[in-house]
Write a protein that binds this ligand. Structure first.
Ligand code: ADP
Length: 490
């Protein structure tokens, strides 16, 4: 019986194919690095043709481990969100390089839209802010600046899509031009409550509605691969943007359940159930799931500097040789001796939104050494997360549990400090590839291996470690007041 799930995990720096058994166990994986193009300061591009070729190569590399394409029940795709691909529907070829989510080139257009007073309305309708991060203004830039894109638009052959949409198009030999609701909710072109892309928002951003994909569910029989690729049509049964996939992979399927990914930066999403989020704290509202046409939502907040602070301790200050040494250093002293770090090395993200802020270290004395600095760096993760927790609560979404993942989550001291400072149970899965696992859960449910996503999550989620709060209120208060003073200085 076909009961393997093939996940295509399309990251920013690499593409991967991962083969899962139906119980969530990873059986095989293959990975290829993606070329990053930086044509100017603030610009980041990918070659969409390379993304497709390397994805196909990785998929072909792992399928034999399942015993062939006949044994694969469904394909799940998860991807770097917001990145835009433009291609020609007649040739199936990219018309220009993909503009990557990190790219800031549409800042002037966003500023113009903000100055014209559109932000409040756009935020109410889409859950997003007018920022170059999101896809819509990148599409407009291509139309204004790339002749091939404009010509295809005039000829009616232009197709726009985020990365999962592009891959589905190629996998189906051009038969399906679809985007799942979680990816679509990152474009500025879809209302959180709306079924498909919104004509009014398309008009505001100057993007032709006819070039956009059809918005679909995230699980189910969504499309089928072209027979020539794998020797058999394989159903595509799961699609999700990476952060939504990670939230699903952490089984945050009920309101209040929260996941935080600590990588270079930190991404936090809280399940908001069927209530459309309306943040008054500049957090983002986003689609978490769309299943059988019904949506659930999440509130999202991100912190710019998390693991990159540890990298800075390692590479610029030489305090540690490897990131994991921060743990033994933090444990080697009873406290930081009053040292506090505000890691605003590239400004402050949610909930402060001060891109102009810069980092600060307060409370230095002759007693301050490597250990105090390393401990203060790890403490900063809990402080930043605490501020997010407060903003989420002020938006009506207090956290129930906190489920952590990402490279930095391997640090037990940090995990315990998070539990202490948030006064919450912190859970960490044994299998940390939560993004791929979430896509596998969606695809397994979509392929009918499980009756619904909840059952898939219950069976496929592996073992957990839990960290229980163990700090007195006075210590927590002292830490927070020190943090607040340092933050004011930043
Ligand atoms: P990304 O996906 O953003 O590339 P990862 O999830 O791979 O990031 O996490 C890598 C980051 O985590 C690095 O910035 C590194 O400094 C940090 N990191 C990794 N292991 C540890 C650890 N044990 N303690 C503290 N930080 C760590």
């Amino acid at each position: 019986m076909a009961d393997y799930i093939l996940v295509l995990d399309e990251g920013t720096t690499s593409t991967r194919a991962m083969l899962f058994a139906s119980d969530g166990v990873l059986v095989a994986s293959a990975q290829e690095e993606l070329t990053q193009h930086y044509p100017q300061s603030g610009w980041v591009e990918h070659d969409a043709g390379e993304i497709w070729e390397k994805t196909l190569k990785c998929a072909l590399a792992v399928i034999p481990d399942a015993g062939g394409a006949a044994m694969i029940a469904g394909i799940g795709i998860t991807n770097q969100r917001e990145t835009v691909v433009a291609w020609d529907k007649d040739t199936g070829k990219p018309l220009t390089r993909a503009i990557v989510w990190q790219d800031r080139r549409t800042e002037p257009f966003c500023t113009a839209l903000r100055e014209a007073g559109h932000e409040a309305d756009v935020q109410r309708r889409t859950g997003l802010l007018l920022d170059p991060y999101f896809s819509g203004t990148k599409m407009r830039w291509m139309l204004d600046n790339v002749a091939e894109v404009k010509i295809a638009a005039d000829a009616g052959t232009l197709a726009f899509g985020t990365v999962e949409c592009w891959l589905v198009y190629k996998l189906t030999g051009g038969a399906s031009h679809i985007s799942d609701a979680s990816n679509a909710s990152r474009t500025l072109l879809m209302e959180l409550a709306g079924e498909g892309f919104d004509e009014g928002l398309c008009e505001l951003l100057g993007v032709p509605h006819s070039a956009l994909p059809q918005v679909t569910d995230m699980s189910g029989q969504l499309a089928e691969t072209e027979v020539s690729l794998f020797g058999r049509e394989i159903p595509i049964t799961g699609l999700a943007g990476d952060q939504q996939a990670a939230t699903i992979g952490q089984a945050c399927l009920s309101p209040g359940e929260t996941k935080a990914t600590y990588g270079t930066g930190a991404f936090v999403l809280t399940n908001q159930g069927e209530t459309i989020p309306h943040s008054t704290n500049r957090l983002l509202g986003t689609v978490l799931t769309q299943l059988d046409g019904k949506r659930t939502y999440a509130i999202e907040g991100s912190v710019f500097v998390a693991g990159s602070l540890v990298q800075w301790l390692r590479d610029s200050l030489g305090i540690v040789d490897v990131a994991s040494q921060t743990e033994e250093l933090a444990r080697s002293v009873p406290d930081t001796g009053g040292v506090t770090i505000v890691p605003a090395l590239s400004g402050l993200g949610a909930p402060h939104w001060r891109p102009d802020a810069r980092g600060v270290i307060t409370g230095l004395s002759f007693a301050s050494g490597k250990a105090e600095l390393a401990r203060a760096a790890l403490e900063a993760m809990a402080h930043q997360t605490h501020d997010l927790a407060q903003a989420f609560a002020a938006d009506g979404t207090p956290w129930g549990t906190l489920r952590i993942d990402g490279g930095m989550a391997a640090n037990d001291w940090m995990a315990q400090d998070l539990a202490n400072m948030l006064d919450l149970t912190v859970e960490r899965p044994g299998f940390v590839e939560t993004t791929a696992l979430g896509a596998a859960m969606l695809a397994a449910a979509g392929a009918g291996l499980y009756p619904d996503l909840e059952s898939a999550a219950a069976k496929m989620r592996g073992t957990l470690s839990a960290f229980e709060p163990d700090m007195d209120e006075a210590t927590r208060e002292e830490r927070l007041s020190r943090w607040q003073s340092a933050l004011d200085a930043a």
